[in-house]
Ligand binder design. Sequence first.
Ligand SMILES: *Cc1c(COP(=O)(O)O)cnc(C)c1O
Length: 232
Amino acid sequence: MTRAQEIETNLTTVRDRIERACAAAGRDPREVTLVVVTKYFPAADVRALADLGVTDVGENRHQEAEAKAAECADLGLRWHFIGGLQSNKAAAVAAYADVVESVDRAKLVSGLQRGAHDRARPLDCLLQVSLDPPGAEGRSGADPADLDALASLVEQQGMLCLRGLMAVAPLGADPALAFARLAEVRREFVATWPQATVLSAGMSADLEPAVEAGATHVRIGSAVLGPRPPAG
Ligand SMILES: *Cc1c(COP(=O)(O)O)cnc(C)c1O
């Protein structure tokens, strides 16, 4: 099997999983966008994905993402930045990202605004919400209680579009329970921010409970592209 065939086979399986999860949840599969997470994988794989109809790709490390987005600029893909972001890199990420999914603190906002302003194109933002208990080790994402203040700040900027929320199920926890809590957080959030309807949740191991909980975007890496080196 060639690499392109391997990717095609995996992609078919993942699209099938999404369809079944939607059917089980009584949802229209067109409501769920597949974002293929291409971190650690070469631009050639991104090209193969585009050939297979993938429209959205995700990256979590700035330098790698910047280089790959430049190499694949002709493909017309939507680039999602999904990783932990240093505030001094925020403007640079906004230069190539179409969506930044990991907006989790106020310190990132001015850099994102500056980057979006410099490229003269609005930037879609998702607020990353933490589903870990407060004070948990290695926690990333904003506390649910801080989302409204962060959303206000994003909306005040002018070049940032608040689109919704993103979350990762905590390691070792039952993803169905975590995503049920996320659905509750989202319900409250959307009551205040009705334009922020995107919910990015679900990875290779837990896309089904994420779809069940209302995800509009699933971020799938290894189930499409194969295993990564550890700590990816
Ligand atoms: C790497 C990554 C993914 C994809 O993970 P898989 O388990 O390979 O599907 C999704 N979301 C985030 C934030 C990631 O860093």
